[in-house]
Design a protein. Structure first.
Length: 101
């Protein structure tokens, strides 16, 4: 009978519609979860980038300090070398005077 067939078709449409609504709801929940995960990953990346930049600043500061210390060391080394040369010359001069006696 035609009316029963129409009712059966409507029942199938309602069932299919509910199934589609459920799938859409699941897809929306999955999308929200993915967005939450992406937000967490973005936050973690931002945090890591901030830490990396801070570390980079620290490394630059350390390199600057090391360069300054190296320059001071080179200056002290040169002063000591000059003193040693001066002492060697004094010793040679004194030795020459002693030999002359």
């Amino acid at each position: 009978d035609a009316e029963a067939s129409v009712h059966e078709q409507l029942r199938k449409v309602v069932i299919a519609s509910r199934a589609m609504e459920e799938k859409l709801s699941e897809a929306a929940a999955a999308r929200e979860e993915l967005q939450r995960q992406v937000s967490q990953e973005e936050l973690a990346c931002h945090s890591a980038t901030t830490e990396l930049l801070a570390s980079r600043v620290q490394v630059r500061q350390m390199v600057g300090r090391l360069a300054h210390e190296q320059a001071e060391f080179a200056e002290q080394h040169e002063q000591l070398r000059s003193q040693v040369l001066h002492e060697q010359c004094s010793i040679r001069f004194a030795t020459t005077e002693v030999d002359a006696l």
